[in-house]
Design a protein around this ligand. Structure first.
Ligand code: ASP
Length: 436
C-alpha cells in the first residue's frame, strides 16, 4: 500500500516536475498513434470517442471559460497604459501587417495549387443525396455596425469578441484620462480601478498557467478523437490536398514569418522556444479564440511583448488575421474546381484572391469557421454548392476532413498573430529584448 502511494506521488512528481512541452508532445504523439489505430478499427473508435470526449471537451471549456475575462481586463489595462496616439499607431501598423501577410498567404495557396493541380482528373460526379448550401457575407456596413455593442454586458455574456474589444478599448482610454484628472478623488479612484483591473488580469494569467498543466491529457484525447474519426478518410484523393495545404502552412511560417523576424533581427528559434504553447494549443483546439489566453500569456511572459500591444493586437488578430484559413481557401477552391472538371480561369483566380482574403478576415476564430467561408468563396468563383451537384459532393469530401485541415490552419492563424505582436512592439521600441 505504502509502496503504491509512493509510486503515485512519484508519477505526480514526474508529471508536474517535467517540462510542459515534453509532456504535451507525448500527448500529441500518443494521441495520433492511438487515433490512427482506431481509424482502422471502427469497432473500438465509437466507444473510445464516447468515453473520452469528456476529457477533451473539458480542456477546451477551461480555455473558453477564461477568454472573455482575459481579453476584457488585459485590454483595459493595455489601453489605459499608453497614449491614444500610440494606440492609433499600433493599430495602423498591425492592420497593415495583417493585410499584407494574408495577401502573401493567398498567393502561396494559389501558387501551390496552380503548380500541383490537386484534384485534376478526379471527375467527381453529382450525388443526389448531397444537400446544397450557400453562404452570403453580411454587408460591410453591418459588419462595422456590429463592432459597437448594443449592450456591453450582453456582448460579454455572449463572448462576442469585437464588441468586447471596442468597449474595453474606450473604457481603458477613458480610465487613463481620469487617472490624470485634476480632481484628486477621481484620479485616486481611477488609479485604484486600474490596479484592480491589473490584478484581475494577472489572476487570469495564473489560471492559464494552471489550465496548461492539464493540457497533455486534453491534447491526447482531442488528437486521438480527430484521427479516429477522420484519419482513414485522408487516404485517397484527399491525401494530396491535405498535404498541399500543410506544405503551404509550413512554407508560410518558414518563408514569411521567418523572413519577417530575421528582417527585424529577431531569432526564429527563440520565437519558437518562447511561443510554442500557443500554436500547439491552436492545433488541438482548432480555435484562435480559445487559444487567446495562451497567446496573451506567452507573448508577454516569454516574448517580451508589452501588454499595451498584445492586449490589443492579439484579440483583433484572433478575429480577423487568418493566414492559414487564406491558404486553405485558395488551395481547396482550386482543388474543387479541378475535381469537378471546371478548373478556375485567370479571372476566377483574381476573384479568388479577393474572396479568400475577405473570407479569412470574416471567419470567426472558432472550429470549422473557414469551411463556412468556403461556401462564399465557391459561390464567387462560379462553383455554387447546389443540392446534388458535383461541387456539393466535393465540398462534402473536403468537409469530411475539415478537422485535420482546421488544426493546421488555426496553428498558422495564431502563429501569425504572435509574430505580428512581436514585430509591431519591436517597431515601437517596446519589445523587451532581454527575452531574445
Ligand atoms: N478554426 C480557425 C481559427 O479559429 C478558423 C477556421 O476555421 O479557418 O482560427
Amino acid at each position: 500500500m505504502a509502496a503504491q502511494e509512493e509510486k503515485k506521488s512519484g508519477f505526480m512528481n514526474w508529471y508536474f516536475g517535467s517540462n510542459l512541452l515534453f509532456r504535451i508532445l507525448i500527448g500529441l504523439v500518443l494521441g495520433a498513434v492511438v487515433g490512427m489505430f482506431l481509424a482502422f478499427s471502427p469497432e473500438f473508435a465509437g466507444p473510445f470517442v464516447a468515453y473520452t470526449r469528456f476529457f477533451g471537451d473539458i480542456f477546451v471549456r477551461l480555455l473558453r471559460m477564461i477568454v472573455v475575462p482575459v481579453i476584457f481586463f488585459s485590454l483595459i489595462v493595455g489601453a489605459a497604459s499608453i497614449t491614444v496616439q500610440q494606440l492609433g499607431r499600433v493599430g495602423v501598423k498591425i492592420f497593415i501587417y495583417y493585410l499584407a501577410t494574408t495577401a502573401v498567404a493567398v498567393s502561396i495557396g494559389l501558387l501551390l495549387a496552380t503548380v500541383f493541380d490537386p484534384g485534376a482528373g478526379l471527375n467527381i460526379a453529382g450525388n443526389a443525396a448531397v444537400q446544397g448550401k450557400t453562404a452570403t457575407p453580411p454587408p460591410f456596413s453591418q459588419v462595422l455596425l456590429n463592432i459597437v455593442p448594443n449592450n456591453p454586458l450582453e456582448s460579454l455574456a455572449k463572448g462576442d469578441v469585437l464588441p468586447i474589444i471596442f468597449f474595453a478599448l474606450i473604457f481603458g482610454i477613458a480610465l487613463s484620462v481620469l487617472r490624470s484628472s485634476q480632481n484628486s478623488v477621481l484620479a485616486s479612484g481611477a488609479t485604484k480601478l486600474f490596479e484592480l483591473c491589473q490584478t484581475v488580469a494577472e489572476t487570469m494569467y495564473l489560471l492559464v498557467h494552471g489550465i496548461m498543466q492539464y493540457a497533455p491529457v486534453g491534447v491526447f484525447v482531442l488528437i486521438a478523437m480527430v484521427f479516429a474519426q477522420q484519419g482513414a478518410k485522408v487516404i485517397g484523393p484527399l491525401v494530396f490536398v491535405t498535404f498541399l495545404c500543410y506544405i503551404g502552412f509550413v512554407a508560410h511560417v518558414i518563408i514569411l514569418y521567418g523572413g519577417v523576424l530575421t528582417f527585424n533581427k529577431l531569432s526564429f528559434a527563440k520565437f519558437v522556444r518562447g511561443g510554442w504553447e500557443a500554436p500547439i494549443t491552436a492545433f488541438v483546439t482548432r480555435s484562435s479564440n480559445a487559444t487567446l489566453p495562451i497567446s496573451l500569456r506567452v507573448t508577454e511572459e516569454n516574448l517580451g511583448v508589452p501588454r499595451s500591444v498584445s492586449s490589443f493586437s492579439l484579440p483583433i488578430g484572433a478575429t480577423v488575421n487568418m493566414d492559414g484559413t487564406a491558404v486553405y481557401l485558395a488551395v481547396c477552391a482550386i482543388f474543387i474546381g479541378n475535381a469537378v472538371g471546371h478548373p478556375l480561369t485567370g479571372e476566377h483566380m483574381a476573384t479568388l484572391t479577393i474572396l479568400a482574403t475577405l473570407g479569412s478576415i470574416g471567419a470567426a476564430g472558432v472550429p470549422g469557421a473557414g469551411a463556412i467561408m468556403m461556401l462564399m468563396v465557391l459561390e464567387g468563383v462560379g462553383l455554387p454548392v447546389t443540392a446534388g451537384s458535383a461541387v456539393a459532393a466535393c465540398y462534402a469530401m473536403i468537409l469530411g476532413i475539415d478537422a485535420l485541415l482546421d488544426m493546421g490552419r488555426t496553428c498558422l492563424n495564431v502563429t501569425g498573430d504572435l509574430v505580428g505582436a512581436v514585430v509591431v512592439s519591436k517597431s515601437e521600441k517596446q519589445l523587451d529584448l532581454s527575452k531574445w
